[in-house]
Design a protein around this ligand. Structure first.
Ligand SMILES: [Zn+2]
Length: 80
């Protein structure tokens, strides 16, 4: 049990795997699933939750790389 608790404490819930020009691939460590968040016209859409405001989208928005990319695609200040 102790090992699991340590893992839960230190492992981030979501980890980014890859940032593409039109999507971001994440791994959700809670569900164990690979999640794709699509970037379309400066908007983010989680393909797993089919939402634009789930925890995965929130995570993607917290990544500086993605923020820069969205900004370069004309999504300036949309998420601020
Ligand atoms: Zn999601």
């Amino acid at each position: 049990m102790l090992k699991d608790e340590t893992f839960a404490k230190h492992a981030p819930r979501i980890k980014s795997i890859s940032v593409e020009s039109d999507c971001v691939i994440l791994r959700d460590n809670v569900s164990g699933r690979i999640i794709e968040v699509a970037i379309r016209g400066g908007e983010l859409a989680c393909q797993h939750c089919e939402k634009g405001d789930c925890i995965h989208v929130g995570f993607v928005l917290s990544m500086p790389d993605v923020y820069d990319m969205l900004e370069s695609k004309g999504a300036k200040r949309r998420f601020l």
